[in-house]
Design a protein around this ligand. Structure first.
Ligand SMILES: O[C@H]1[C@H](O)[C@@H](O)[C@H](O)[C@@H](O)[C@H]1O
Ligand SMILES: [Fe+2]
Ligand SMILES: [Fe+2]
Length: 311
């Protein structure tokens, strides 16, 4: 696929020194991760706005804000515990990864200010954009393809969870909600907001306890992580980490909640940051020819997953 890239170097108003420093940082990151693909993010989304601008006066602003209001009120420690237990049973259906991709064709993500295409388009756009820049990292292509498959929770055979319990950015529950979280003001109506066990910096957690021990707001990330892990995927741990925390913008974008991370998280988050560029900036009206790329992805699915998975 072609991503329309609109690069305006002259829009960078930082002084020469900062530019140089940034270049150095990028260099360092490149060597550490081997490569940074050279991806240049476009400036505007398919609606002509900057990406993740939750205040832009777009046709989606109102519904996206309403989405976050219900999301922030409903995601409590108690709710997350119940969802994990219920969906952790994986007793709803059996299907292949590709069958699940096709199921996503009917859903549009109400939390997303940047895209209103069916989800299968987004999966393929993400995967193909990564493949172009990282041809040798086949595990990352597949991670791109499957990272949002947990949105199948919206489906009628999964109890038709409401959008607020499936999509949108995620964040820890059981400790204070960080100010950087989108539409933070609506947390005031969350029952945990005034609970002294849950509303301090650490809440129920301890310094460096590791994200694995943190209850994240329930949604497609945690669910797909469970599905992949329980069905014994052979994806590397960075792939599983990406699936599990790709919506956790407070951590990978705003650098919040660092006090909960351990060494393994700090290692894995490097790949998550690479991945995020493709997840976010590949969103466009460009359509992928599904039939053309399908054989390639079927071969990856075959390499990293069993033929049928429990969901
Ligand atoms: O797939 C979702 C979706 O696109 C949301 O709008 C975004 O908030 C999440 O972080 C992402 O994982
Ligand atoms: Fe997602
Ligand atoms: Fe995504």
């Amino acid at each position: 696929m072609t991503i329309l890239i609109d690069h305006h170097p002259d829009q960078n108003d930082a002084g020469d020194e900062t530019v140089e420093k940034n270049q150095r940082n990028v260099k360092e990151e490149e060597t550490e991760l081997m490569l940074d693909g050279g991806f240049v993010a476009p400036n505007t989304n398919s609606f002509g706005h900057t990406f993740r601008d939750y205040d832009a006066a777009s046709e989606r602003r109102r519904s996206v804000e309403e989405f976050y209001r219900t999301n922030h009120i409903g995601q409590t420690v108690d709710f997350v515990r119940r969802m994990r237990e219920e969906y952790g049973k994986l007793n709803r259906t059996e299907m292949s990864i590709w069958e699940c991709c096709e199921l996503l064709n009917e859903f549009i993500d109400e939390s997303d200010p940047d895209l209103d295409e069916p989800q299968i388009e987004h999966l393929l756009q993400t995967a193909e954009a990564i493949r172009k820049d990282y041809p040798d990292e086949d595990w990352l292509h597949l991670t791109g393809l499957i990272h949002d498959l947990g949105k199948v929770l919206l489906h009628s055979s999964f109890g038709e969870l409401p959008q607020w319990a499936v999509v949108g950015d995620t964040y820890p529950v059981g400790c204070a909600f960080d100010k950087s979280i989108v539409h933070h003001k609506y947390f005031k109506e969350n029952p945990d907001y005034d609970n002294p066990s849950y509303n301090t910096k650490y809440g129920i957690y301890t310094e460096g306890c590791g994200l694995n021990n943190v209850f994240m707001s329930w949604g497609h990330d945690d669910y797909m992580y469970m599905v992949a892990k329980e069905n014994q995927t052979t994806l590397p741990s960075a792939g599983l980490f990406i699936i599990r925390y790709h919506s956790f913008y407070a951590v990978h974008k705003s650098e919040a909640y660092k006090h909960l991370m351990n060494n393994e998280d700090r290692e894995n988050i490097k790949w998550l940051k690479v991945f995020n560029k493709y997840d976010l900036y590949s969103k466009s009206k460009v359509r992928i020819n599904v039939e053309q790329v399908k054989p390639y992805y079927l071969s990856l699915i075959n390499k990293y997953f069993p033929a049928k998975l429990k969901w």
